[in-house]
Design a protein around this ligand. Structure first.
Ligand code: NDP
Length: 448
């Protein structure tokens, strides 16, 4: 065994023995550290300073109880989390997720990925993530408000504009950010950019809502162009019908692609004529209804229960935009069989390790989440800049910066791929490019 292999083996054993039940965290970390082998070989100083050992251990983990009262008067108790993972290049930055599946392993996996993603944006933001096992589905507005107020009553002790600036994620959209921000302001008596994804009336940035979905397509466009190909007339499958999926759908259509599916956790819509954007927005953003409704409104569409990745059709591009581990090895086999050429991830870790292996074995060009969906956090960082300046930039200005950032992310990952001769492995390219900036900053700052 080489020094690098011995180091990595020891690191993995330590992670497993410390947190044996954190499978999502282990999966995310092991994928990253395996892809860093060539960097560790070239830079033994990273092993000497045990930079990876430091990086996989969060700087701070905060867990708290969130008591709140439902509409029937019952007392409910949920768990809240904030993992402040790494501040080597800037204040902790990353979303809050409200979903019953949230636990420490999920928050740690998301926080760890966020370190490298934020680094790739080129902006001065460190990595963090948080959330709660609270399920917003089926709750009244007042229940959501009471929950958010209770959650922020504790969280506000640990965040600050130069310390940690959370944003939204699954289950935390404009409404929740509004209630969280209101409670922060009430308790602190000050106006500052403590959260991003705020409403436009109180410090939000234009183009933040669109940023992750638009950014995904800007990244995909850069990747496809670099293969001397185009998005025009490509047939695309999208999973999810939330914030990321809707704006990926919009931008993909603007680029001339035909998107034929959207989905939610119950089932999916297949519309061979192309999904109608206005109908999806009406159902999801206005009526807050299930995606099933689409088939009642659009007669050419069919609704099926189950996963959209089990539908076999001829198509070119897969854009998973729903949730983690939605594509396993079996679903990836079907994606390969259907002739897909490109896959770019809007969701965080939607493909499990087996699925990624299938993409690689079948020469499907793969844009990993930390590069492809970094547009959201990039515009969040632009929102922080606008808040500090007390200015609001135009939509065109923010969208233009987003396009430049996504092109730059693609260029960086492609450059790392070339430098280390990875053979179009943009996953390893993204891990390496993201890691090197953080590792250099950590080395410069000493053992802290
Ligand atoms: P939303 O809550 O707006 O939408 C999530 C969508 O995914 C919904 O349609 C939801 O359906 C569906 N979904 C959730 N769980 C499952 C499941 N188990 N199986 C199938 N579908 C499911 O979230 P976002 O669009 O904001 O986030 C989607 C993904 O993108 C997440 O992985 C998030 O971490 C990631 N992301 C989001 C960013 C952002 O700016 N919003 C930034 C970067 C990454 P249902 O309504 O049934 O739950």
């Amino acid at each position: 065994m080489t020094d690098v292999e011995t180091y990595i083996k020891g690191l993995k054993e330590k992670i497993i023995s410390r947190d044996p039940d954190q499978s999502e965290f282990q999966e995310a970390v092991f994928t990253v550290i395996d892809s860093l082998k060539p960097v560790l070989k070239k830079h033994p100083e990273y092993i000497k300073a045990n930079i990876l050992g430091l990086m996989v251990e969060p700087e701070r983990v905060i867990q708290f109880r969130v008591p709140w009262q439902d509409d029937k008067g019952n007392f409910q108790i949920n768990r809240g989390f904030r993992v402040q993972f790494n501040s080597a290049i800037g204040p902790y930055k990353g979303g809050l997720r409200f979903h019953p599946s949230v636990n420490l392993s999920i928050v740690k996996f998301l926080g760890f990925e966020q370190i490298l993603k934020n680094s790739l944006t080129g902006l001065p933001i460190g990595g963090g993530k948080g959330g709660s096992d609270f399920d917003p589905k089926g709750k009244s507005d007042l229940e959501i408000m009471r929950f958010c107020q209770s959650f922020m009553t504790e969280l506000q002790k640990h965040i600050g504009p130069d310390l940690d600036v959370p944003a939204g994620d699954i289950g935390v959209g404009g409404r929740e950010i509004g209630y969280l921000y209101g409670q922060y302001k009430r308790l602190n008596g000050s106006q500052n950019g403590i959260l991003t994804g705020k409403g436009l009336q109180y410090g939000g940035s234009l183009a933040r809502i669109e940023a992750t979905g638009f950014g995904l397509i800007y990244y995909l466009d850069a990747l496809v162009k670099d293969q001397n190909d185009t998005l025009k007339n490509k047939v695309v499958k999208i999973s999810g019908a939330g914030n990321v999926a809707i704006y990926a759908l919009q931008k993909a259509q603007e680029k001339g692609a035909k998107v034929v599916t959207v989905s939610d956790s119950n089932g999916y819509i297949y519309d061979s004529n192309g999904i109608d954007l206005a109908t999806v927005k009406q159902i999801k953003e206005v009526e807050r209804a299930r995606i099933k409704e689409y088939a009642d409104k659009i007669k050419t569409a069919q609704y099926f229960e189950g996963s959209v990745w089990d539908l076999s059709i001829d198509y070119d591009i897969a854009l998973p935009c729903a949730t983690q581990n939605e594509i396993d090895g079996k679903k990836a086999q079907l994606i390969a069989k259907d002739g897909v050429k490109y896959i770019a991830e809007g969701a965080n870790m939607p493909s499990n390790t087996e699925a990624i292996k299938v993409y690689k074995d079948n020469q499907i060009i793969y844009g990993p989440a930390k590069a492809a969906n970094a547009g959201g956090v990039a515009v969040s960082a632009l929102e922080m800049s606008q808040n500090s300046e007390r200015l609001s930039w135009s939509f065109e200005d923010v969208d233009g910066q987003l396009q430049d950032i996504m092109q730059d992310i693609y260029d960086k990952t492609a450059a790392a791929d070339k430098e280390y001769d990875l053979g179009k492995d943009f996953q390893a390219g993204a891990n390496i490019a993201g890691f090197e900036k953080v590792a250099k900053a950590m080395l410069a700052q000493g053992l802290v």
